[in-house]
Design a protein around this ligand. Sequence first.
Ligand code: SAM
Length: 479
Amino acid sequence: MYNIKSTKADEFINHQEILDTLKYADENKNNLELINKILDKARPKYLGDEVHCEGLSYRDASVLLANDDKEIEKKIFDLAREIKKAFYGDRIVIFAPLYLSNYCVNGCVYCPYHYQNSTIPRKKLTLEEVKKETIALQDMGHKRLAIEAGEDPVNNPIEYILDCIKTIYSIHHKNGAIRRVNVNIAATTIENYKKLKEAGIGTYILFQETYNKEAYKNLHPKGPKSNYEYHTEAMDRAMQAGIDDVGLGVLFGLDRYRYEFAGLLMHTQHLEATYGAGAHTISVPRVKNADDIDKDSFKNGISDEIFYKIIALIRIAVPYTGIIISTRESAEVRKKALELGVSQISGASRTSVGGYCEESRPKDTEQFDVSDERTLDEVVCWLMELGYIPSFCTACYASGRTGDRFMSLCKTGQIQNCCQPNAIMTLKEYLEDYATDSTKKVGDELIKREINKIKNEKIKSLTKENLKKIENNERNFRF
Ligand code: SAM
């Protein structure tokens, strides 16, 4: 039986409830009256300076996904753009993944790190190498990382992950600092989640890969990850351990997208109902070619058009949740995804272990092929030319605005009073320390324009003062 507040995987992600949802969506996919009602319900309501958005249940959102009328699609895209603008303005948060180790005991059939792959060289960074990678990332201008590792209790125990986090936070090269380390490691115990929390992680990210239990079992034939319940209940354990911000994701291409979409929303709605805060972020990876992986062997791949619609509907259904898109996608796809709801992107990513210290992009230990291979400076400049403010902000994390505190600020639109100046100030740091001359020129012009959009006069003048201080080599200001 479906039970939103249960902590049992089969009850909060309930197969029958998803099948019923898909049936309901099919029956109503051309019910224009209902569709317009759903769209109206999701529209932002403006009350003075505040914006409120109700979001959508997985049922309502599934009806919109099932409809394939182009006019309705346009309405969905317009609404997604409006919601994006209302809550995120033009800010785009930037991060990079840091691969620590590709040792893995699991048998995931889509991942080149699977234990049977004998052609991929196995590599694990020493702490000295972690330091070098961190410096290389700081020297590009990164302030936020997502650390990634295969699952291997012998080679990558939690102590190793904790040592890496400590090392990363301890390094301050020139004006550089990594101010937020998000962690993407395999499902683990409450005790280990408590240790991650104590180590000061940002978001704990774990992709469900697929919500369909049958498919999950076939795709994960061996290793600890083959336990569907343990994997699906990981976010409950993380939240019970005190981790406020968790990041969900589906690997699109593994199973039917409508099932995954309903499961993903069901998952975040379960977390919100049970712990007071839904997913902090949702990632939307699609299966890519990699060492011994051929993406065409997965029969559920989704077109760009469906991909855009999924992103737009996530934005509409969970307006306060960050949406992340990685360099798995090309610059062109990322551009459209940004318009429709994506709020965080990775830049200059290398998905190989130790990749950032190499002169040219190493391919041998890559987790997946990278489509967007531009430098961080190129990505930053591209974003600004598209009218976005690239943000290296980590202020919410530093100020303890996490979990339900973040969500309640966000829900009344208040977060904008901090985010716009923080984005501007962290962009200024980037421009001063790392940008090429041409990017700096574009950025300084952008800041001149954007600063006037800060409504609160006191914050505006403080921001201006801080920008002067940043020019004089002071760092790390925030509201
Ligand atoms: N070992 C951890 C786990 O099991 O969750 C960390 C995950 S891995 C380093 C990061 C993510 O990359 C996976 O969760 C998976 O969704 C994604 N991934 C794996 N193989 C991929 C492929 N061929 N193409 C695209 N993404 C892939």
